[in-house]
Design a protein around this ligand. Structure first.
Ligand SMILES: [Zn+2]
Ligand SMILES: [Zn+2]
Length: 853
């Protein structure tokens, strides 16, 4: 046997210590040498498994959060490899963007230098994790060999009408310049990056036509994504079906009336219940419609509303405020005059800035009507509700069995039919039109920054906007950049870059100096991984057809309506241009949680709450850090960083080390060495150990499959405990022991790859076999016969009261069970010589009840 192979003659009593810092770099190098991480993309005999983790921004140092993102993904990659899949697990760097540029401005260096130094450092750190990334397919987006294809795609999209230029009021951050709509956060509209309040500026900008795919983006058929992401994207696209309806302003002593107020409603079926109208205080007609008597009050209210944040204005629990402006509108369905108010719960930027208020069927309108004593008229009734039943709350259920009431000739119609009928009737004379609205806007991609992909167009005084010819790509960023007078895009001042001959008329022209939003780079990078050196186009179609959609994507949920939405858009746009086959990028998505600083805040250098993994690796080794992060809790939860418990995980690995290398315990006196538990025969113990090992295997396999790393590790710890119980006993030399050890190492291999490889190699050496990596082994299958329990325990009741338990063989018949129960001493005592009237074996043998009179 191999068990004491390591006991050298010099130190028979001392077990070699587990020394991860010696073991780990050695295996990392060895895996490199045997090409464990390199994928032959042209191989198609095994099933493919494209595993993608969101590529990092080269911020400089990997912190523990990166480890939390990457190491479980690496465990998945290793697990799938052992399952016989051809796993592709690439990595690259999202290398353009503001932080590099800001760091360069601050330090007087160049963003390229800063970025490449960071990438170098991060590559080294990724290696210390033991991550099996396929580095041979790496992409760095700031490299012209990558961004050239951003430009190429942009030109393709221009040809297809999916990229266009327009004058637009853009969101502008005083620090970061132009922002995409998705980069403006919160109702108070702050910058997603720096938090500054966002302003509006009018600029000529480039857009990508995301809205062309609005409906298709709402369809998640065929992809398995977490519900919260689907909901966020659905809400972000914000499709509402309804109608735009025109209300006329009624004439009075001060004005002729006839001004038209348009409202959008998703509930035209409630039109008869509109008993007042509300305009946003900023609505352009407020000034003309306000009655002179109401002017002072209205002006004061407008002024007050201006000082409120949108978040405050929309909050539902705040008491409703508003001012009647002394004018009426005419409800087009019944000719009734209804008063017009201004109130800050209506926002100018949403819809038309005006609403028809239906207090009976809208919560905020209800609260407003109650406060101002306005009529609340029910126009929708659920079954069993009468048209004039009083209301204490708005009724907003909207179900198929509801009917219109108090709605003239539409009474009795179901809600959806009623909505259609009312709109059709009003549409006859142009007072309504059915309308679908979307919240989604086209993606603004122009950035007034140096460190990004130059937008490949030229402005010619004769030809106007001229795309750079495909064969002239890439338009390279100039290598030198002068940030003097910063705040402005340095490319604007680079005459050598700006001055160019028009590709069409060859006369003097100027280059576009805006660069692309870096989210362009990340919208298609996984396609490029498949052929990073391909020169005939952005993607090699034979590779993308074979390898995409990506089988499993892992990354943060914070990307829901930016990267994850842009990627879906890009894939559809590329498919429309004939570049790829599929219309969805990622079949499955898993959102891991985020590791926060110990203070519960996001980890960042500026907050000083960053945990440096290098220190932990130095002290405990990468395997312990990997395992600890996976053991912390469910992977999708994350949480504040706390190293409490890392010692326990480290001890577990030490126990594995001891079990494998020293199964018999040391000489007499070793507290771990011992005899079998009292009453347990060696044969029973061996069967129990085998059963425990195979049960663990069954459960651990399922846990890896479901990314439940924490429970997977807990089960391995239990198995180690079971093994420890038999360490130093007769069982420790048995075939069952040997099998349990082998299975434990195989199960541990994806999560703690170094120690399992080390112990595996020592076993092989001991057995005189040639080394073959544990990570190239086939994942074992649990033996169902071993998992099967030999005996089971059944509770025994007498007259419905729990009195005893009996242990019977799993395959015991009813007669066997009855006999076993009646032979129990305790039951004999309770029966006092009587025989039971009935013996009920319930639940297929889960419970026995004796009925005695
Ligand atoms: Zn900003
Ligand atoms: Zn020209």
């Amino acid at each position: 046997m191999w068990h004491d192979w390591n006991v050298t003659s010099e130190s028979r009593t001392r077990l070699e210590r587990y020394a991860p810092t010696t073991i780990e770099p050695r295996w990392q190098q060895r895996w490199d040498e045997i090409g464990l991480d390199e994928t032959d993309l042209s191989e198609s005999t095994r099933p493919r498994y494209y595993l993608l983790t969101m590529y990092p921004y080269p911020s400089g140092d990997l912190h523990i959060g990166h480890w939390y993102i990457v190491t479980p993904s690496d465990a998945i990659a290793r697990f799938r490899r052992m399952h016989g899949d051809n796993v592709f697990f690439p990595i690259g760097f999202d290398a353009f963007g503001l932080p590099a540029e800001n760091a360069a401005i601050k330090s007087g260096g160049h963003p390229f230098t800063w970025t490449m130094q960071n990438i170098e450092n991060m590559r080294r750190q990724f290696r210390t994790m033991g991550a099996t990334f396929d580095w041979s397919k790496e992409v760095v987006t700031a490299d012209p060999s990558y961004y050239r294809w951003n430009q190429w795609l942009f030109l393709k999209f221009m040809e297809a009408g999916l990229a266009y230029r327009a004058l637009s009021a853009v969101d502008w951050c005083p620090n970061d310049g132009t922002l995409a709509r998705e980069q403006v956060e919160g109702i108070d509209r702050h910058c997603w990056r720096c938090g500054a309040l966002v302003e509006k500026r009018d600029l000529e900008q480039w857009f990508l036509r995301t809205t062309a795919f609005a409906d298709e983006l709402l369809d998640f058929t065929g992809i398995d994504w977490p519900e919260p992401i689907r909901i966020q994207q659905t809400n972000w696209i914000g499709r509402s079906e309804g109608a735009e309806i025109e209300f006329e302003v009624a004439p009075d002593g001060y004005q002729a009336g006839g001004d038209r107020l348009r409202v959008f409603t998703t509930r035209p079926d409630t039109l008869f219940g509109a008993t007042f109208m509300v305009l946003a205080p900023e609505h352009p007609l407020v000034a003309t419609l306000t009655h002179p008597d109401r002017r002072a009050a209205a002006d004061a209210y407008v002024e007050q509303a201006r000082r409120r944040t949108e978040i405050d204005r929309l909050s539902t629990d705040r008491e409703k405020t508003g001012v009647a402006i002394g004018a009426d509108a005419v409800n087009p369905v019944n000719g009734e005059r209804i008063p017009i108010f201004i109130a800050d719960y209506v926002l100018a930027g949403y819809g038309t800035g005006a609403i028809m208020a239906v207090p009976a069927h809208d919560d905020r309108d209800f609260a407003f009507a109650e406060k101002f004593g306005l009529e609340i008229r029910r126009v929708i009734a659920a079954p069993g509700v009468a048209a004039d039943d009083p209301m204490t709350d708005a009724f907003i259920a909207h179900a198929a069995d509801e009917r219109l009431v108090n709605s003239g000739r539409f009474d009795g119609l179901p809600v959806d039919d009623g909505a259609k009928a009312i709109v059709a009737w009003l549409a006859e004379d142009g007072r309504a039109q059915p309308k679908v609205t979307y919240r989604l806007r086209d993606w603004l991609v122009s950035r007034q920054r140096y460190w990004g992909t130059p937008i490949p167009v030229v402005y010619c005084p004769i030809d106007g906007v001229v795309p750079v010819p495909f064969e002239d790509l890439p338009v390279r960023l100039p290598e030198t950049v002068d940030y003097a007078g910063s705040g402005d895009n340095p490319l604007n001042h680079d005459e050598a870059f700006r001055r160019v001959d028009c590709p069409r008329c060859h006369g003097p022209a100027r280059r576009e100096t805006d660069t692309m939003d870096t989210f362009m780079d990340s919208s298609w990078y996984w396609f490029r991984y498949l052929s990073p050196d391909f020169d005939d186009g952005p993607v090699d179609r034979t590779m993308t057809d074979r390898w995409t959609p990506v089988d499993q994507y892992t990354g943060g949920a914070e990307h829901a309506v930016m990267h994850l939405l842009y990627s879906r858009f890009f894939t559809k746009a590329m498919a429309d241009c004939g570049l790829v086959r599929d219309r969805e990028p990622f079949l499955k998505l898993f959102n891991q949680g985020q590791i926060l600083g110990a203070d519960g805040e996001r980890m960042s250098k500026s907050r000083g709450n960053v945990q440096d993994p290098d220190e932990l690796v130095e002290r405990y080794g990468a395997d312990t850090v990997r395992l600890f992060l996976m053991f912390m809790g469910p992977w999708d939860q994350g949480g504040p960083w706390s190293p409490t418990g890392i010692g326990g995980v480290h001890r577990f690995l030490n126990r594995v080390w001891t079990l494998v290398l020293d199964p018999h315990g040391r000489e007499a006196g070793d507290p771990d060495a011992g005899s079998l538990p009292a009453g347990e025969s060696e044969e029973a113990a061996r069967a129990a150990l085998r059963s425990a090992a195979h049960k663990t295997l069954r459960d651990v396999s399922a846990d890896y499959d479901g990314f439940r790393f924490n429970t997977m590790i807990a089960k391995l710890m239990e198995l180690a405990n079971t093994l420890f119980r038999y360490r130093g006993t007769a069982v420790a030399g048995s075939a069952e022991w040997d099998e349990a050890i082998r299975l434990m190492l195989l199960m541990l291999a994806p999560a703690a790859p170094h120690i399992s490889e080390e112990l595996w190699s020592r076993r092989m050496a001991e057995a005189g076999e040639r080394w073959s990596s544990i990570h190239s082994q086939t994942w074992p299958e649990a033996d169902p016969a071993a998992v099967f329990e030999a005996t089971r325990e059944i509770p025994v009741q007498v007259n419905g009261k729990l009195r005893d338990k009996v242990i019977v063989p799993t395959d015991a018949s009813q007669a066997d069970i009855e006999a076993a129960v009646l032979a129990r001493e305790r039951i004999v005592a309770i029966l006092e010589g009587r025989s039971p009237d009935r013996i009920v074996v319930a639940g297929g043998g889960k419970l026995v009840n004796l009925v005695v009179r």
